[in-house]
Unconditional design. Sequence first.
Length: 385
Amino acid sequence: MIPESVLVAMGRAMPDLYEGELIEVANSVRSRLPSLVDTTGQGFIVNGNGHAAWQMATSNTLRAGDKVLVLSSRFADTWGRFTAVSGIEIETLEADPRKPFPPEQLLERLRNDNGTIAAVLCVHVDTASSVRNNIADLRRAIDDAGHDALLMVDCIASLGCEPIFMDSWGVDVLVSACQKGLMVPPGVSFVWANDRALMTHAAITERVGYLDWSLRLEATSFYSYFAGTPPVSHLYGLQEAFSLIDREGGLSAVWARHQILAEATRAAVQAWSSPKGISFNVVDADARSNCVTTVRTGQVDADRLRGRARLEAGLVIGLGLGEEPSIRIAHMGHLNPPTHLGTLATIEAVLYAENAPIGASGIQAATQVIGDALKARTITSGSSG
Ligand SMILES: *Cc1c(COP(=O)(O)O)cnc(C)c1O
């Protein structure tokens, strides 16, 4: 869901493209980039979706013939496939998709590498499985192996939902986009690069002009910083989204709200769980993300559930993206207790309508979590009306 004020901000007439207000808006959005992911590195704005940011990350730091290690997950695998098109060799490390990627496995592989691996690609939160990887632990594995591979992380789902600390985690290149936790319609994405990544970049001779970091850093006009016409409406939308975040109390208040609404979701799923029906996809409770919850449906027909929810109750439930029948409940971005409790209650109503085997009411459990947070004043209704 996109906040009304973001839509209104984006719906304005086009301003002067040469001087004045638009330049100020662009500069204010650019100045926010480092603090979004807690880095002193360089941030770039891409007129394109998350796939474009993936390509900006790899085309600036890798050359044909290089090898990258993909820590397998639905979205990391796709990032790898798009990277392979440029003649980059992909090696995929597989692990249990229901758990965070094990750092020991990365350590083991890198110890046995004779310096051929140029980069490690992984996701922070995989939006298909809803697993949250521990990025600091993966970095430690690279360091413990004494390996100099760049660590590149996809934080597309997690930005604006979960804490991200690019520098202290030791991430070299981080990519994200505006349409998940940042509450702006799709179309703009971001890449951050630290000094190591920029140094690697300087030695890459065959790059992609549109995505080239050097051309953007050398830009003297804001038109060339965006490699052409900037995403004007999106810049206004982002400025408004940042102002909503500020009014809520900053990113830490936004993370706290996500944590509580995610816990409410998990309380509901826990209550619904039954041996033949609903269960969590992610095995370890502390690896369940605060952005989305993937729910296995067992004998409950996931397609029927989604179909009834959509056609008869007006709720779009996320499509399962794994091998097992599942649904995904989003809790990212513009949501608050009334909107999210509405979502959970509607799912429960459809489960009843389907005579699905459910353990107990999830609504009471979810309401309790939110009530406790209200009591402790750890949630604000925020600006998400
Ligand atoms: C949504 C998402 C993507 C893809 O983003 P696009 O804007 O569709 O290219 C990639 N990775 C993750 C983790 C995502 O959640």
